[in-house]
Design a protein around this ligand. Structure first.
Ligand SMILES: [Zn+2]
Length: 271
């Protein structure tokens, strides 16, 4: 449990997956050398308990792999049931973030939760242009990856379609929990800050996937749709997090740290 003032934040492990390093290395040969052949990438939603509200940020991958879909077991271990969740916030619509939203029989997993996501994100993935081309390699240059994205969007979002509430711009969803645009990884990717008194936590979503991206903020991966955009967002939010001495939580690290600014780079200090 991570205390942030009056909030109690619980990392909820969904599992992890091995990624071939080529997916994460971008086009820089030095990074290719620096990474192991396969990188184990954890999927870690965060439960934020304010005492009166329980907000789950992201939902894991569901049955994307044998090693994922452990969200509910981890929730139980932290002392919560799906019915305890009042709100689910989706940082973006990639499969590893939306797969826990609904059960395999097509019912919502969290019966009492409103579901908040960026309108821009939803519209992007449901645009007429993309509907015809997603799955052909048009977006990422990888047809299989796109087919999985399309499958997960078509399977896990429709059961909650009626209860979706749209985010755009900065939105305080409950006192002290602020959602803000953090585009680049996807067009409607959002980040969340939890603030209480002098303490704060930045839920950075997929702004970083591997630790080396702190020291090399220009390092993008195949999953970042807008390379310039994510670098700009990363610098903006990391600048603020280091100035505020915020705790930083990355979905794909599963651990918390702080970012210390060092010239144009950042140093990741694990807590
Ligand atoms: Zn992700």
């Amino acid at each position: 449990m991570i205390p942030v003032g009056r909030f109690r934040c619980y990392p909820i492990a969904d599992g992890d997956r091995l990624y071939p390093k080529a997916l994460l290395a971008g086009d820089d040969p030095e990074r290719v050398v620096a990474l192991p052949e396969e990188v184990s990438v954890p999927y870690t939603p965060l439960l934020v308990d304010s005492g009166s509200d329980r907000i789950l940020i992201d939902t894991g991958a569901g049955p994307l792999a044998d090693t994922t879909g452990r969200l509910e077991r981890s929730l139980d271990r932290a002392g919560f049931k799906p019915a305890d969740i009042n709100a689910v916030v989706l940082s973006h619509a990639h499969p590893d973030h939306i797969g826990g939203l609904s059960l395999e029989d097509g019912t919502p997993r969290f019966p009492n939760a409103r579901v908040l996501m960026s309108r821009k994100e939803y519209d992007f993935w449901h645009s007429v242009e993309l509907r015809d081309k997603l799955g052909t390699g048009f977006v990422y240059g990888d047809a299989h990856l796109e087919q999985v994205i399309a499958m997960w969007i078509n399977r896990y979002l429709p059961p909650v379609r009626e209860r979706l509430e749209w985010l755009s711009g900065e939105t305080e969803i409950t006192p002290g929990v602020l959602v803000m645009d953090a585009p680049g990884h996807t067009p409607g990717h959002v980040a969340i800050t939890i603030s209480s008194g002098a303490e704060s936590l930045l839920y950075a979503g997929d702004l970083m996937v591997v630790e080396g991206q702190a020291a090399n903020p220009e390092w993008t991966t195949i999953f970042d749709l807008d390379a310039l955009g994510i670098v700009r967002t990363r610098r903006r939010l990391f600048d603020r997090a280091s100035a505020d001495r915020s705790i930083v939580f990355h979905y794909h690290f599963g651990k918390v740290g702080r970012l210390e600014r060092n010239g144009s780079q950042f140093q990741w200090e694990q807590l």
